[in-house]
Design a protein around this ligand. Sequence first.
Ligand SMILES: Cc1ncc(COP(=O)(O)O)c(C=O)c1O
Length: 406
Amino acid sequence: MKAFIKFFLLAAVAATVFSSCQNNSRSGYGELDDWAKQIVSAKRASMGYPVNQNIQLDRFYKWYLANNLENVGLNNVGDPFGAAGGLLGAHKFEREVIEYFAPLYDYDLGNLWGIVTNSGTDGNNHGIYFGVNYLKNLTGKMPVMYVSDEAHYSNPRIADLQNLDLCLVKSDPMGRMIPEELEKVLDTTRPCLIVYAMGSTFKGAIDDMDALNAVLDAHPEMAVYRHVDAALFGGYLAFTQYRDMVSAKKYRINSMAISGHKFFGLDDPAGFFLTTREVYDLQDNNAVAYLNGDMKMINCSRSTSSVLKFWWMIHEIGKDEWAKQAVAILENTRYFKEQLDSIGYPSWLNEYSNTLFFKRPSDKVCKKYMLAHNYDENFGGDLSHLVVMQHVDHALIDEFIKDIQE
Ligand SMILES: Cc1ncc(COP(=O)(O)O)c(C=O)c1O
């Protein structure tokens, strides 16, 4: 009888464990499970940050698990264009990702170098570091770095980290660097490392690269390196009729940083960095014996799963679908602006931008839509902004308009 009870109890425990394993959404850690539920339900209305919430990675994760890759230590350490080849990672796929994107930004495959980065910030870090070394090795002098006071904070932060002489150039009220201000502060006795904002973070302004290049061209004796921070706008503009805006050739752009988790819909921070062979060849040598290669990039370990996700998306989503999404984003942004105008709500929008900024609404609205804030006296003080990404459709916009009226 005792043996029977013991058997019965064991069977009951096994059944409980089995059923909790069957219910994969339960980890057994209550607070973790609660967080997961909350974050999944909040994503629908999230608009304050440039995150595409229409992520399509279901099949990727099924494939990943089916191949047991979750139990493999992957690492894309090393140069994807180097001879050494990656042992623990997927350099071949990384190269294919870079070679897929590069022509969209007018980089020639014969004159190309790039990596999949950890983020847009990581791409800016590489652009600025590569720019410094390029100019230093070209001229023997350290450059001055110029960036607008509305550009993403990562740029001045990186200047600080790299111990650079930084000049923050004033921007106009809509957020574009003012060419006359650049002219005023330009130190023509030193090389110029300029970072153009292609989508300033809060106001979505694109620096007028034609006008700013004209300022620089007036000083032909000064060596110039142009890095473009196109973290968000670089994603969608490349697929629109405004593709020229991201042309490395047209604007003589030496390097560009684009995020992967913004327009492209990776579910984790990632991005890519593009530059030319001329820039790469002027970097300091950095032979690393244990990696059997010349490590020009800043980071040692880099993510393989981001590379695989990019590669997957290129094949599963591709140019035609991204073009449709890019057009929809800009159309929905226009629709959003029209709706705000129709109720007389003060809002502002830059050309080519999916980032609307407006008078700060009630805390309730700010919270529901996870809006991001700023303060600017040019526009009456307290402001919020929202970013129209793939998941922001007419229904959500109409809901927002209703909420803001209430
Ligand atoms: C213009 C711009 N540059 C850089 C970044 C930083 O990119 P990441 O978050 O990928 O590091 C952002 C982030 O929002 C941005 O808007």
